[in-house]
Design a protein around this ligand. Sequence first.
Ligand SMILES: NC(=[NH2+])NCCC[C@H](N)C(=O)O
Length: 471
Amino acid sequence: MAKLGFSALTALVVGSMIGGGIFSLPQNMAVSAGAGAVLIGWAITAVGMLTLAFVFQTLANRKPELDGGIYAYAKAGFGDYMGFSSAWGYWMSAWLGNVSYFVLLFSTLGIFFPIFGEGNTLTAIVCASLLLWGVHFLVLRGIKEAAFINLITTIAKLVPLVLFIVITAISFDVGLFTQDFWGHAELDMGSVADQVRNMMLVTVWVFIGIEGASVFSARAEKRRDVGRATVTGFLFVLLMLVLVNVLSMGVMSQPQLASLSNPSMAGVLEHVVGRWGAILIGVGLVVSLAGALLSWTLLCAEILYTTASDHTMPAFLRKQNGNGVPVNALWLSNGLIQLFLIITLFNESTYLSLFYLATSMILVPYFWSAAYGLLLAGKGESYETQPGKRRSDLIIALIATLYAIWLVYASGIQYILLSALLYAPGALLFAKAKREVGATIFTGIEKLIFLAVLIGAAAAIYGLYSGMLTL
Ligand SMILES: NC(=[NH2+])NCCC[C@H](N)C(=O)O
């Protein structure tokens, strides 16, 4: 495969971060936070995510041999079960994210065809399932992410985003933005601290993909470019996100924004310029989502395949068909997406609730990556000649780790328990992989950790059964 240079890598990072999230940002934020909280929340995110991006950059430079990226760090630093769990969580997050993409896609088509409603009607789920298997068989035949698909989807994303920013900037009304700045008057959203906490998962969701460059790091022409591309892509996306979010709050009031259906950018632009605004956003998003669905589908299979190749996952996930596609990995991922589409129908889950779940699953791999950065700088190996660099790496990794812990706290008990429930069954595959190489399954401390996961899972089952928790 051709080696990637700096701009191709940056495009990859931007492309993997911007999928569907930004297009629904105005509503997703307005349901939990007022303007003041939004500004505070973005400030926290900017610092936290930037340090996390730096950690990925440092890790890619210092540990080039750990090419599997995100899960390899957890494994190298904290043992096999943590490595496995990071891979598992990252993979679950990837395909759960796709479930939410399907719902969002049909919710977008709902702008044109009301029968799709909010993307979770019977017709929507049937059509989503057909599309899922259509993509599945295309991928089985060996379809790859072609450069031209990337180009088209990138343009489709950026054109509506830029137009949106320009148009809302022109009609921005400062009075509207500052009215009810702390979000106490109209909707009851709790204290400012609560508002900030409640918007955190949204801010993480829109940044998922930031680890993209390190996942693809093996393909970089120059190692150094991986890190630079991560940071450049990050700053660009951050700017887009903050602008879309903040500018919307100056053209519609918060209760109005909160009651929009998703993709809410369509509703905002329609409010300003009329129907064509919604159409523009709708068309851009459909193309963007099509590209994102394909690349995350490929990624789901790739994660299982890579991890099976080093015996972190069981061997059957390594099996390839004649086209070199990891078939079993693909079937497993898409089978679960199908299952969750059905659950979505009966549960009336929304795009919002599905991506909250996908986001909470990625917190574990993010946390272990940050913690591994901390460990590496703490130990100081390979820093002998650069004590100053070691100190700055240490501080950055420490902030990133604290940020990851804050995210787990901010996600709230409901999502901690649900994550435990989704992490627990992974142990079956972990045990199978261990048995295949004739190793003992859990070490002493891992047994304790797994016990804690089991307790959390049991609590989640009880919570779901009694109705205290919902998916
Ligand atoms: N299918 C997925 N897991 N997607 C995760 C990427 C989310 C991406 N940041 C977005 O805003 O759309």
